[in-house]
Write a protein that binds this ligand. Structure first.
Ligand code: BGC
Length: 418
């Protein structure tokens, strides 16, 4: 009897010890939207690295391309006083969150790891609030890419296009051969992604900047913008009837399978090709969106960290920040994700030809002044102005609105949002 009692007591003791040690392990709850095949494989690298250091990763993945759903969840959590430890947030929104006074100052880890020496100043400035790091950058994505299935082009006797004229000629042939020329997902963010790439292609880097970074009314309501809007509708005529609502990775899947010839999408699409075991240059070809070769529209993923009281969680949080800019993560994550490292000093041997081209193009565009932030991916304007642009783009794309009316609407909508 006594013996049984002491065994029970021992069990209780062990159980409570285990609970204490569970609570003691530093935990990071990470809100992100990386749920597609390529994305999930990439983010798993960070989880693994943190767990290796003895921390606990609590996954808070919210599906939905470009993070619209994730941002809604984040706001709800923050408003109810229960934000996650870390959240995937980009561009000017970082400043808005810092303004609320909820973010952890990451300067100690930034100093220790010498972030200022390895991250370009333009990137560091986006991550800092009043001179202090409040976010950690993850990668650099390029938006204005076109992903092609060369086999489909070959079967249709069509060429991979470099101009919009060539695009139309090829798209006609592909359609006649019974394939879908453009794999498209009719969601506001995807429409904006494709449209801004067309704008940069047809108007050039300088025009893009005036319209979608500087919000210049003369550029927004101009003949160049009207031409880009008309091209956008022309591209629509080469998409299939099931495009509305389709997720971006399903559209990529159509190109992978050979049902469609091409997709206009940022280089996270490459992550899907790679996850499906496809080889760049053989099974798929990446080219800049027609006429946009010299321009690099960029998008930088980053994490903000919310203040946590518990010491162990603070340690886990700072470990996460350190690991994100660490060599192992920068290499393995970016190889899988389709992006390129955001810091210097990462060996390039394991990166494929598309990534190497992206690295070269990034440097060249930075030197030439044709490196611009993506409007569609939250890097260029405030969330309100971006929302106003999205409304015009989506209304135009999904109605009979004329290009002239849409161009005028850009000016009105932006003014109302500013
Ligand atoms: C993010 C990428 C992500 C993509 C699709 C972009 O806004 O920067 O990391 O893969 O959206 O969800």
């Amino acid at each position: 009897m006594v013996r049984r009692f002491s065994i029970q007591l021992f069990a209780v003791f062990i159980a409570s010890f285990m609970m204490v040690s569970l609570v003691k392990a530093g935990e990071v709850e990470v809100l992100h939207w990386w749920t597609s095949g390529g994305e999930a494989k990439s983010v798993a690298v960070l989880k693994g690295l943190l767990e290796k250091e003895g921390h606990v990763w609590k996954d808070m993945a919210v599906a939905g391309g470009a993070g619209a759903n994730a941002m809604t969840v984040l706001k709800t959590r923050a408003v109810s006083g229960n934000p996650p430890t870390a959240a995937q947030v980009k561009g000017p929104q970082i400043q808005d969150w810092a303004d609320e006074g909820l973010l952890t100052n990451l300067d100690p880890v930034a100093k220790q790891e010498k972030w200022d020496d390895m991250v370009p100043k333009v990137v560091a400035d986006i991550m800092k609030y009043e001179g202090h790091y409040v976010a950690v950058p993850v990668n650099v994505h390029r938006i204005n890419w076109m992903w092609c299935n060369p086999e489909v082009f070959k079967k249709a006797g069509a060429q991979i296009p470099k101009t919009w004229e060539e695009f139309e000629a090829s798209a006609k042939k592909i359609k006649e051969a019974g394939f879908i020329p453009v794999a498209f997902g009719g969601q506001a963010w995807q429409e904006a992604t494709v449209f801004e790439s067309i704008v940069v292609g047809q108007g050039g880097a300088e025009f893009y900047k005036k319209a979608f970074v500087d919000v210049d009314p003369k550029a927004l309501n101009s003949s160049t913008m009207i031409k880009a809007l008309d091209t956008f509708k022309m591209v629509k005529s080469y998409t299939d009837k099931d495009a509305p609502g389709r997720d971006w990775n399903l559209a990529t899947g159509m190109v992978i399978k050979g049902d469609a010839a091409m997709q206009f999408m940022g280089d996270w699409a490459k992550g899907e090709f790679l996850a499906a075991g496809k080889k760049p240059g053989e099974d798929f070809v990446a080219m800049p969106v027609p006429e946009s070769a010299g321009t690099f529209l960029f998008n930088i993923d980053s994490f903000i960290m919310f203040e946590v009281k518990d010491k162990e969680s603070q340690k886990a949080q700072s470990a996460m920040a350190r690991l994100i800019l660490g060599e192992t993560f920068q290499e393995v994550f970016n190889v899988n994700k389709g992006s390129i490292p955001v810091r210097s000093g990462i060996p390039t041997a394991n990166f494929d030809s598309v990534a190497l081209q992206s690295m070269d193009d990034f440097k060249e565009a930075a030197a030439k002044g044709t490196l611009h932030p993506s409007m569609a991916h939250e890097m260029a304007v405030s969330p309100a102005v971006r929302g106003a642009f999205f409304d015009v783009i989506t209304n135009f794309y999904n109605s009979n609105m004329t290009a002239e009316k849409a161009a005028a609407e850009f000016v009105n909508a932006a003014a109302a949002a500013m």
